[in-house]
Unconditional design. Structure first.
Length: 149
């Protein structure tokens, strides 16, 4: 097994930036209403917009930090810097999800699980070279499972 860099797609970053601009402008617009007198409504709407943005950013950050950064001959490294050895490899679990309103199934996330109870994630929709990474994961010498989520 050779070294394989997982290239993160820029779409998630661009969408997060656009969402941030929208939420910040919405909050600023609501807070600008305070120059006409103190009202609790604009403050609540501003805090709501910022809290939704913060929650989404925390979810995106969590997914990115647990995702695989690089595969090497001796193991893999996640984006948060945690390294795992192939000797501790337990299994690979594909989490299958069904699109709403249809019967189309797709791999939502793949967890590469290790004996210490931790795992690394591969999220195909967030990776630019997902086909190459998928082939690498399919070749791993362990049990492969599918779970519906």
């Amino acid at each position: 097994m050779n070294r394989l860099e997982v290239k993160t797609s820029k779409v998630t970053l661009i969408c997060a930036i656009l969402l941030g601009l929208f939420c910040i402008l919405m909050a600023a617009g609501n807070l600008s209403q305070l120059k006409y007198g103190f009202k609790i409504g604009p403050i609540i709407w501003a805090l709501l917009a910022l809290s939704i943005f913060l929650g989404l950013i925390l979810l995106v950050r969590r997914g990115h930090s647990r995702s695989v950064k690089v595969f090497t001959e001796d193991g893999l490294t996640r984006n948060d810097g945690v390294r795992f050895s192939w000797t501790d490899l337990s299994c690979v679990v594909d989490q299958i999800h069904q699109k709403a309103g249809s019967s189309i199934d797709y791999v939502w996330r793949t967890e590469i699980q290790f004996t210490n109870g931790q795992c690394a994630w591969f999220i195909p929709s967030k990776v630019a070279n997902s086909r190459e990474v998928r082939q690498y994961i399919d070749a791993l010498p362990c049990e492969h499972k599918e779970v519906r989520v």
